[in-house]
Design a protein around this ligand. Structure first.
Ligand code: ZN
Length: 400
């Protein structure tokens, strides 16, 4: 079986690479949310590749996403969902780029361009995987809007449920993890803080209370807090905590600031935002209380409001999916990576797990390449991930 799968992967690799490059050549930046042309390309290629049950689902006007499965699948057979997002972040300033972000250039065994790692190469694997493994229980979801936390994936999952596809059991969100199996992912809290003071003429500053100075004291305290919380995962030795969860490191950063009215006015207001990455072993309420305690002490007068919240996600490490993938990786000689890892950012896996699906984040390419200039992915790693995925899928489910 091993040789058959390896041959199937090898004979499909050239097409996977070409589709990844073609997807990179069709910009799908978000903002503004220009996924349409990429979605249409995926749709037409899937048809050519023999997947005749393909739906274009449009949660927002002019922003279709693609749902596909094998033509002869029955809805109650569809058990495994592979998920990827069509959108990318914009290319940003061209200063850091040494290559055209939309050329899909190949150099030294790597594909370059916006989306090479995050995550158009993974979309290309998803497009070809049915041809390689020929399984009828796969649901492929090509979602929009991930880069701005829009509910693309969650609208797909609700839509397929309405269609009668309600027995999905395992999932893989194929974000770049350098082949590490992320059984957990961090949550996030975005908070806005408006620090108050009292305005005065700057020639008599003692008549006022400088809100910028108060904000700076609070920010200094938050920096110390950030150093403290980063040690929590190490100090947390409870056996109740899974390995994946223990790999999650809480983070806190001040990411935006604004304050002051005029050169000669002591400012009565300064606002800043906090990005707090929440580990699965923390509670959002506790985290908010900790931050409030710091602000009470240092900012004194302030208002805090929540901009957005994303929940951390963890699945049981004894899942057949995790064991199967780890075995598949070992079969192809990859044993030197943690099996249960924590994805540091938020991904659509939050929505997949919320639907009751045992789902992980896993894929080729490095998270450090995501959103970076000169984004690239190694073709060899792309091949290894395709091979491991094919091995996993060829076994998964039969052993239940
Ligand atoms: Zn991504």
């Amino acid at each position: 079986m091993l040789y058959k799968i390896k041959d199937a992967v090898d004979s499909e690799m050239q097409s996977i690479v070409e589709d990844a490059r073609e997807l990179i050549r069709i910009p799908s930046r978000n903002p503004p949310g220009e996924e349409r042309r990429c979605a249409e390309y995926i749709h037409s290629r899937l048809k050519e590749l023999g997947l005749n049950s393909i739906l274009l689902h449009e949660p927002y006007a002019d922003r279709p996403q693609v749902i596909a499965y094998a033509r002869d699948s029955r809805f109650d057979e569809l058990r495994i969902v592979l998920n990827g997002h069509i959108d990318t972040v914009p290319e940003g300033s061209m200063e850091g780029w040494n290559v055209d972000p939309f050329s899909g250039m190949i150099k030294d065994g790597k594909i370059y361009g916006r989306g090479a790692a995050d995550m158009k190469s993974a979309l290309a694997i998803m497009m070809h995987i049915c041809k390689i493994v020929g399984r009828r229980d796969l649901l492929l979801c090509f979602a929009i809007g991930e880069e701005r936390a829009e509910p693309g994936t969650s609208t797909i999952l609700k839509h397929v449920r309405r269609l009668g596809i309600d027995r999905l059991r395992y999932g893989i969100v194929m974000e770049p993890t350098s082949l590490k199996i992320a059984t957990c992912q961090m949550g996030a809290l975005w908070l806005n803080v408006r620090v108050k003071g009292r305005s005065a003429h700057a020639s008599i500053p003692t008549n006022g209370i400088n809100a910028i100075v108060r904000a700076c004291k609070a920010i200094g305290a938050l920096e110390a807090y950030a150093r403290d919380i980063a040690k929590r995962s190490i100090s947390n030795s409870s056996s109740m905590i899974s390995n994946g969860s223990r790999a999650c490191i809480p983070r806190c950063s001040v990411t935006m600031i604004a304050g002051g009215v005029k050169e000669n006015i002591v400012p009565d207001e300064c606002s800043f935002t906090i990005d707090r990455r929440v580990a699965p072993y923390e509670s959002a309420n506790d985290v908010i209380s900790e931050i409030k305690a710091l602000l009470d002490a240092y900012a004194e007068e302030y208002e805090m409001s929540m901009i957005a919240e994303r929940s951390p996600v963890c699945i049981d490490e004894s899942s057949i999916l995790v064991k199967g993938l780890s075995d598949a990786l070992a079969t192809i000689g990859i044993t030197d990576h943690p099996v249960c890892w924590c994805f540091p950012g938020s991904t659509d896996n939050e929505h997949v797990v919320r639907e009751g699906i045992e789902s992980i984040v896993w894929g080729s390419g490095s998270i450090e390449q995501a959103h970076a200039a000169d984004e690239h992915i190694s073709i060899e790693e792309l091949r290894l991930s395709t091979y491991a995925l094919a091995l996993l899928l060829s076994k998964l489910g039969y052993q239940e």
